[in-house]
Design a protein around this ligand. Structure first.
Ligand code: HEM
Length: 157
């Protein structure tokens, strides 16, 4: 069972690229189609769903990591000390809570877009909610270039 933690960490690291690709692709496509006043097609619906489902899968990997990670164990068991340690607090609190907020924004945006009365409004709702969600995700990823919480861009299996 010792392999579950490193395996999930590698999958969580890799899956971020799938999530980012689908969110960026959705935003570019929705922005273009809204500007060109095109209709909302089944392909757009599929792309919207794919982005949300990919995000949910990443959230599941993240929650498994939260349970298994020695970093979050330390954070929960030594809360008063750990909350002052930047790296530990990032994964114990900031990263996880911001990603839950992003998941809620994508879900609300996706649901609200279903009830929109025009395609223009549907695209606008998705652009706003997915756009804010993407900004939160980008600011909460432990990028390799970050001097505070640097993690590799890719991990090998
Ligand atoms: C509620 C959702 C999430 C939770 C609870 C969560 C939790 C975690 C935890 C606990 C770690 C550190 C694991 C460790 O090193 O022991 C981690 C790392 C990481 N998370 Fe998340 N995460 C979530 C969502 C996301 C999302 C949406 C993304 C990006 C799209 C993401 C990207 C990353 C990356 C890139 C790492 C570093 C992986 C590595 O060390 O290679 N996470 N996450």
């Amino acid at each position: 069972m010792d392999y579950i933690y490193p395996l999930t960490l590698t999958l969580h690291s890799f899956w971020r690229w799938v999530v980012l690709f689908l969110l960026v692709l959705s935003l570019i496509r929705f922005w273009y189609k809204r500007t060109a006043q095109l209709t909302f097609t089944p392909t757009d619906r599929l792309l919207k769903k794919a982005a949300v489902i990919a995000f949910y899968i990443q959230t599941i990997f993240g929650l498994v990591l939260y349970v298994l990670s020695p970093i979050t164990h330390y954070f929960l068991q030594h809360f008063h000390t750990a909350v002052h340690l930047r790296q530990i607090r990032f994964f114990g609190m900031e990263h996880s809570s911001m990603m839950v907020i992003a998941a809620i924004l994508l879900t609300v945006g996706s649901m609200k877009s279903k009830n929109a009365d025009t395609d223009d409004r549907r695209f606008k709702i998705l652009l706003i909610w997915f756009g804010i969600g993407l900004l939160i995700v980008l600011s909460s990823i432990p990028w390799a270039f970050s001097p505070l919480t640097s993690r590799p861009n890719f991990r090998s299996f």
